[in-house]
Design a protein around this ligand. Structure first.
Ligand code: HEM
Length: 502
């Protein structure tokens, strides 16, 4: 049967009006947090989309008006945003179990996540528990992390070499984010697949991963599902990208499977990889181990979770060093005093209190993602006296906490010294209280926290040991504008002039 588009629109709008009236009736009885008035059916959707501002900026401007907990109606989705430590503590610690789930996926994300078969997207329950336990205990434990020490050192050597070559060809100028991203991606690929890959393959996989992220960008029909018939082309395109992703990664999965079945058959095979933990993984409530498509999804999560986040932190770090040559030279002095003439390594990094303070200040002032992943409640809940219905998207605006003047002196100032000599303190795990949570907090806290901290610290230490970083063009001021690109990166991608230290 064929429908004309006017029939679809008319039927859609009638249905939508019915749903709206029904929901309105229901939500009138709910005590939701305050928020800007919206329009029938679409709520605040077009105000947000039409503002021309990145979402974090739109929210930042609403906070002084509506307070630290606010509601946005995004079409059929209700979004509740928290931006204050005590609210986050109540939700993710005191009522941690209730707020530990994720909301329903849109259909595109459903395809890429194999119906929520990932640590980050799984609803709070047995699948999530199995996948998360496997990632944390079998892949990211301290002893497993140690087995990749050489991978990290090789990636650091390659990073230095690439920076030197780029500077040579470019009058001393290098792009920071791109190079940092490539280095961390190499590390994660090696950890994930455990087989050697050439630079060309790495670049191809990286490009494909970026395509996936772009495909997963929210679309209008995610908020107004009734408009789905108008997005058939985008859906088809998304399916094509998913097929490309599977076609590109399955051969590497099979290669590793063969290598560990016939030990010694592949001389490039590493002694361990994340893949090894997935082949025969027992998932609570399921008979069979993950399929190849599910393994592709789990590997992509591993790569995506740690690449842009880590590289973004490095870009902001270098920008801060250029702005504060004093911080850069104190860091260099510390590196020299601990590592001497040899290349700085991760053992040295553990003995550097100033570097530690710099990394903490970096993640306080520039959390790579401004929102944690979306939370949702397993049952109707209360928060600060307001109703939180099931199905609501609960978003946590991280700078609201890290830059709260009630928690921090001079919160906008980049000052690593605040963490030294008995000044201010905060643990990033949130165990002793919520003061800065760049990795989230509670049951869904980032499982990559320790590894990411090692990557950020080691990369900063090596980059400062090898080079002096200055602005480009020299003697210009760094533009600290932000833009959203999955993570919050610098609006003008940072170019820096580097000078090899002697
Ligand atoms: C500087 C680097 C990183 C930052 C800032 C970061 C930040 C975050 C944040 C804010 C969350 C959401 C927590 C929540 O839902 O409340 C998260 C979750 C997650 N991260 Fe990271 N992350 C980083 C690196 C990594 C790495 C290296 C990996 C793994 C290879 C990783 C894997 C994950 C996963 C799987 C989740 C979902 C956890 C769950 O839902 O249980 N992340 N991360």
């Amino acid at each position: 049967m064929e429908f004309s588009s006017s029939t679809i629109v008319f039927t859609s709008l009638s249905l939508l009006s019915f749903i709206f009236i029904f929901r309105r009736f229901k939500s009138n009885r709910l005590n939701l947090p305050p928020g800007p008035p919206g329009y029938p059916i679409v709520g605040n959707l077009f105000q947000v989309a039409g503002s021309g501002k990145p979402f974090f900026q739109y929210v930042r401007e609403l906070l002084p008006i509506y307070g630290p907990i606010l509601t946005l109606k995004m079409g059929t989705r209700t979004m509740i945003i928290l931006s204050q430590a005590d609210l986050v503590h109540e939700a993710l610690i005191e009522k941690g179990q209730v707020f530990a789930t994720r909301p329903a996926e849109n259909p595109t994300r459903g395809v890429f996540s194999c119906n929520k078969f990932t640590v980050n997207a799984a609803v709070y329950g047995p699948v999530w528990r199995s996948l998360r336990r496997n990632m944390v205990q079998n892949a990211l434990s301290a002893s497993k992390l140690r087995t990749f020490k050489d991978v990290r050192m090789t990636a650091m050597d390659k990073l230095v070499e690439r920076l030197k070559m780029e500077a040579e060809m470019n009058n001393g100028v290098v792009l920071v984010l791109k190079n940092a991203r490539f280095a961390v991606f190499c590390i994660l690929l090696a950890m994930c697949f455990g087989v050697e890959m050439g630079e060309e393959t790495i670049e191809k996989i990286d490009e494909m991963m970026k395509r996936v992220l772009i495909t997963l960008d929210p679309r209008l029909d995610d908020y107004l599902p009734i408009l789905r018939p108008f997005f058939a082309k985008q859906r088809r395109k998304a399916m094509e990208v998913r097929e490309q992703q599977i076609a590109m990664l399955v051969p590497w999965i099979e290669r590793r499977r063969k290598a560990i079945r016939n030990l010694g058959s592949d001389p490039t095979a590493a002694e361990f990889s994340y893949l090894d933990t997935l082949f025969d993984l027992t998932v609570e409530g399921r008979k069979d181990p993950p399929t190849n498509a599910e393994i592709v999804t789990l590997c992509s999560e591993f790569l995506n979770g740690g690449t842009d986040t880590t590289a973004t932190a490095i870009e902001w770090a270098i920008a801060r060093f250029i702005e504060n040559p004093n911080i850069q030279s104190r860091l260099y002095d510390e590196i020299k005093s601990v590592a001497g003439e040899k290349k700085v390594d991760e053992k040295d990094v553990e003995k550097m209190p100033y570097l530690n303070a710099v990394v903490k200040e970096l993640l306080r002032r520039h959390p790579p993602t401004y929102f944690s992943l979306t939370h949702s409640v397993i049952e109707p809940a209360k928060l600060a006296g307001y109703d939180i219905p099931t199905g609501t998207n609960v978003e946590i605006y991280l700078p609201g906490i890290g830059e709260d003047p009630k928690l921090w002196n001079n919160p906008n100032m980049f000052d690593p010294d605040r963490f030294l000599s008995g000044g201010e303190s905060a643990d990033m795990t949130g165990v002793t209280g919520v003061k800065m949570i760049p990795f989230g907090v509670g049951r869904r806290i980032c499982p990559g926290l320790s590894m990411a901290t090692v990557h950020v610290s080691l990369m900063i230490a090596r980059m400062v040991q090898e080079f002096e970083w200055r602005s480009s063009p020299e003697n210009t001021k760094v533009d600290f504008g932000e833009k959203l690109e999955f993570t919050v990166v610098m609006k003008t991608s940072l170019r820096a002039t580097i000078k090899t230290r002697v």
